[in-house]
Design a protein around this ligand. Structure first.
Ligand code: TYD
Length: 213
C-alpha cells in the first residue's frame, strides 16, 4: 500500500478542529473500519503521544500559573518532535496507518492565531521539530465555537487551560483552521461537524479509500 505522495510506505491521517468538535469519535470510527479491513493502525495524539509527551501535556493543559505564549509554543513543539521521531515515523516506515488527534495545524491555529504569535513562525517551528513531516490527509471538523462549547458543557468535565479561553480566542482558532485548509486543499478534507457522526465517518472513509488506492 502506498501513500498518495509516494514519500513513504504508510499513511498519515490527522484530525483537526476546535475543542468539542468530535475528533476523537471520528478517529475511533476510522480506526475501527481500517482495523476490520485488516490494516495495521497506530492511533495516537498530540500533546501526549509518548511518555515524555504525557509530562508536557500536563504542563500545557493543567499548569495553574502563567505559561508565556512562546514557551507554550515550544512545549507543543517539543512534544511533537519527540512523538514524530519515536512513534510516528517508525510506524510510517513500517507501512502502518497512523491516525492522530491534532498535529501542527493545531499549533498554527492555537498558538499562531489564538495566542497571536504568527502563522509562519509557528509553522516553521513545527516543521523544524518534525524535519518537515506533513500528513497525507488532514480532516478538519469545522464547527461554530458556540455549538462546540455546548457539547463540552454537556460532557461536564473541567475545562483545561485552552478550553477555558474566551469566545474570541476560539473564533480566531476556527477561522485560522479554515484559512489553513483553503491554502492546502489537497491535504485537507473540511467537514461540517454539525452533521451526524455516521455521515461524517462515511465521508472520511471515502477519502481514505482514494488514498489507499
Ligand atoms: P485535546 O487532546 O484535543 O483535548 P481533549 O483531551 O480535551 O480532547 O487537545 C488539548 C488542547 O491542546 C486543545 O485545547 C488544543 C491544544 N493544542 C494547542 O494549543 N496546540 C497544539 O499544538 C496542540 C497539539 C494542541
Amino acid at each position: 500500500m502506498t501513500a498518495a505522495t509516494d514519500r513513504r510506505p504508510g499513511l498519515f491521517v490527522t484530525f483537526e478542529g476546535g475543542d468539542g468538535v468530535g475528533k476523537t469519535t471520528q478517529a475511533t470510527l476510522l480506526e475501527r473500519w481500517l482495523t476490520d479491513a485488516g490494516r495495521t493502525v497506530v492511533r495516537t495524539r498530540e500533546p501526549g503521544g509518548t511518555e515524555v509527551g504525557v509530562l508536557i501535556r500536563d504542563i500545557v493543559l493543567h499548569h495553574r500559573g502563567e505559561v508565556s505564549p512562546r514557551a507554550e509554543a515550544l512545549l507543543y513543539a517539543a512534544d511533537r518532535a519527540h512523538h514524530i521521531e519515536t512513534v510516528v515515523r517508525p510506524a510510517l516506515d513500517r507501512g502502518d496507518i497512523v491516525i492522530q488527534d491534532r498535529y501542527l495545524d493545531s499549533s498554527v491555529a492555537y498558538q499562531g492565531a489564538g495566542r497571536v504569535l504568527g502563522r509562519d513562525e509557528v509553522r516553521q517551528l513545527s516543521l523544524w521539530a518534525t524535519a518537515g513531516l506533513l500528513p497525507d490527509l488532514t480532516v478538519l471538523l469545522d464547527l461554530d465555537p458556540a455549538a462546540a462549547r455546548a457539547r463540552l458543557d454537556a460532557d461536564d468535565k473541567p475545562f483545561d487551560r485552552l478550553e477555558a479561553e474566551k469566545e474570541s480566542f476560539h473564533a480566531r482558532v476556527r477561522d485560522e483552521f479554515l484559512v489553513l485548509a483553503a491554502a492546502e486543499p489537497d491535504r485537507f478534507l473540511v467537514l461540517d461537524a454539525s452533521s451526524a457522526p455516521d455521515v461524517l465517518a462515511a465521508l472520511v472513509r471515502e477519502r481514505v479509500k482514494t488514498l489507499l488506492g
